[in-house]
Unconditional design. Structure first.
Length: 497
């Protein structure tokens, strides 16, 4: 919040100067503009009644000669001779007295003004229109300001692409807001002890995000969004651009691509058109529509350019190649659509770099990846063709003695193995169930690459398919020392369960 200075200043009375005049105090670096003040108006002193300096006079005669009037000497001469003055010793007769023309002129002017006033009074009495005198200082003019009608913005460009307005008009009704609710349980007793230990469950609003209408099928409309928007929710509400609300059901989500799908019981809505993200180009203009800050800013339009393509971003567990844009992406935009200038969805806004030193660095999941993931979630409930090892695990850093183990692995040649996976359980269908692998064994490398983070395994699996074989480097603690060994593991399909 901005801080404003108090505009009220204390009044400082005029201070007497050395000459005795009272003048306002001078301020440093201040330019004063003096203006003429009529004599009848009050002033601080006589010196303030004029901008001109008037010197003091010693006597009336000096003042008369100093008065800047035409023929001042002649006037003084006439005054002296009128009282018997002489020239060269001889008396001079007084000048003949002139009639006082000033009085005559003033009387004539007064009579003329009186006549005009009477005539004006009778003229105004014969008119139906009231005479409203103009305010002092106003200037009458026949010219007046006119409101101009704006030109209608064009929706298309000369090359057939749409303007920003054209994209907004075409696509905004395909964009929606999403409200997420989460089940919470409240207990009437400390940690559930005593009566009422079962508690009372209720749903509370836990988040808001954006989405886009992607498909109408089977009497329902499917909404694409981000997995991180809906993954923790138990119920959902979809808000259309016209503020109509629908309860939504969860179809599925995939954390690896950060894509999720909801469904609402509605048809006849405006479904978005999806474009080929492989055809996107760096420097291409794009439009993002979403809900920055939540539904109070429902379907706000942001404009920018594609800054780069194929940027490796790992906010969701592994490096996924994303579209980098400089359009304004804020919390609440997640799951919203990124449109090209033909009104086609080429990305789903997912994340941004939120740091003091960064500005205008947002990222979107490419539409080709998003569509393939969403179609698979709708069809079978999981992403088909996704490979996995078939284990559950804990990160080595969750153990109290992790530093000692990581240092021991470094002595064996596995530097900074902070992504080491400690096996918890092995699925029956996993290939590891037939190998010499058991709980608490550790995976320290995959295909010869040390696990400095778990993203390395996730990335390796994303580039593989079920049936492929990977080489795992295992470590086992026994007899107070760490032994390592390598095994080959055939990958199985990840069905999301």
């Amino acid at each position: 919040m901005s801080e404003f200075e108090n505009e009220n200043e204390y009044y400082t009375p005029p201070q007497p100067t050395e000459s005795g005049n009272t003048e306002p105090p001078a301020e440093e670096n201040t330019t004063y503009h003096f203006s003429y003040k009529r004599p009848e108006e009050p002033a601080y002193s006589a010196s303030q009644q004029s901008n001109y300096y008037t010197p003091p006079f010693s006597n009336e005669t000096e003042k008369a000669y100093s008065d800047p009037q035409p023929n001042a000497y002649s006037a003084q001469y006439q005054q002296e001779t009128a009282h018997g003055a002489s020239v060269n010793g001889e008396p001079v007769d007084p000048a003949p007295k002139k009639k006082n023309k000033t009085v005559t002129v003033l009387v004539s002017a007064f009579v003329a003004c009186l006549i005009f006033a009477v005539v004006g009074l009778f003229a105004s009495m014969g008119s139906n229109d009231p005479v409203i005198p103009p305010e002092e200082g106003s200037t009458n003019t026949t010219q007046q300001v006119q409101i101009q009608q704006p030109n209608t913005p064009s929706s298309t460009n000369s090359d057939g692409s749409l303007s920003v307005k054209g994209v907004t008009d075409k696509c905004i009704n395909s964009c929606v807001g999403i409200t997420v609710y989460t089940q919470q349980t409240s207990y009437s007793n400390f940690f559930g002890y005593g009566s009422g230990s079962q508690g009372n469950s209720e749903e509370v609003k836990s988040g808001e995000g954006s989405g886009v209408l992607m498909l109408e099928a089977n009497g329902r409309t499917y909404v694409m969004t981000c997995a991180h928007v809906i993954s923790d929710g138990t119920s959902f509400v979809v808000t259309l651009n016209d503020k109509t609300e629908y309860k939504a059901t969860l179809v599925g989500y995939d954390a690896q691509t950060d894509i999720g799908v909801l469904a609402i019981n509605a048809t006849g809505l405006q479904i978005a058109e999806f474009g080929d993200s492989d055809k996107a180009a760096q420097g291409e203009q794009v439009v993002a529509i979403g809900c920055p800050g939540g539904l109070r800013f429902l379907n706000s339009t942001a404009v920018g350019f594609i800054s780069a393509l194929g940027r490796p971003v790992s906010p969701i567990g592994y490096n996924m190649e994303c579209i980098q844009v400089d359009a304004a992406i804020n919390p609440g935009n997640s799951g919203g659509a990124l449109f090209n200038m033909y009104g086609q969805v080429i990305g789903i806004t997912s994340s941004k770099i939120a740091a003091t030193d960064y500005e205008g660095m947002g990222f979107a999941v490419p539409s080709n990846t998003a569509v393939n993931t969403a179609n698979s979630l709708i069809r079978v409930g999981y992403v088909e063709g996704r490979a996995m090892i078939g284990i559950t695990y804990k990160a080595i850093t969750t153990y109290s003695n992790s530093d000692a183990i990581i240092n021991a692995l470094a002595q064996l040649g596995y530097e900074n193995a902070y992504g080491t996976m400690v096996i918890n359980t092995i699925r029956e269908e996993s290939d590891l169930s037939t190998k010499d692998v058991k709980a608490y064994d550790m995976i320290v490398a995959i295909n010869g690459k040390t696990l400095t983070s778990t993203d390395i395994v996730t990335s390796a699996l994303s580039n593989s398919k079920p049936g492929d074989t990977v080489k795992l480097t295992m470590a086992r603690i026994q007899n107070n020392q760490i032994d390592t060994f390598e095994i080959e593991c055939k990958l199985i399909e990840n069905k999301g369960n």
